[in-house]
Design a protein. Sequence first.
Length: 202
Amino acid sequence: MSAPTETTRSRAKADRRSALLDAAATLFSRSGFNGVSIEDLGAAAGVSGPAVYRHFSGKQAVLAALLIDVSQDLVAGGQAVVTETTDAAAALGELVRFHAHFALANPDVIRVQDRDLDSLAETDRHRVRLLQREYVELWVAVLGHVHPTVDEALLRIRAHATFGLLNSTPHSARTAARPAVRALLEEMALAALGLPSTATDA
C-alpha cells in the first residue's frame, strides 16, 4: 500500500516544484531577480513563503533550477534532433524548428537568462555556460556538414546569430499571431544559415 502513496507524494512534489519554477519565470521576468521575494514566489504558486524551502534552499536555488533545467532541455532536444535525422540539411532545419518552438514557448525564461544569469552562484553559472556551449556545438557540428568549406569559427558565429534572432521573440512577439511569427522566424533563420525555407516544410 505504501508504493502508491509514495508515487502520489512524489508526483505532487514534482508538480509543486514545477509550479514554483513557472511562477519564478513569470515574476523574475517581470520584476527582476532582486525584485522578487520568497514570499512572492510562494504566493504566486499557491503556497506560503516558508513552504518554498521544502523544494529549494533559497531564491538563488530557484533561479539556478530554472536556468539549468531549461539549458538541459535544450541540449536534450538538440541531441534528439541530431540523432533522429540522418541528413545534415534536414537536421539543421529541424534544429531551427525546435529552437523556434522553444523561444515562443519560453519568453519569460529567455528574459530571465538575459538579465539575471549573473545573479547565479559561480558554480551554477558555470554549469549553465557549459550546457549552453554544448548546445552551440551541436549546431556547429551540423552546420559543418552543411557547409564543409566554411571555417568553424564562422559557423559558430552563424549559430549564435541565429539564437539571437530566434530569442528576440520575448521582446517582439507577445501580441503577434504565434503561427505567423514562428513561420517568419524559421524562414529568416534558415536564410541566415544558408538553407532554403522549404527545409522545414512538413
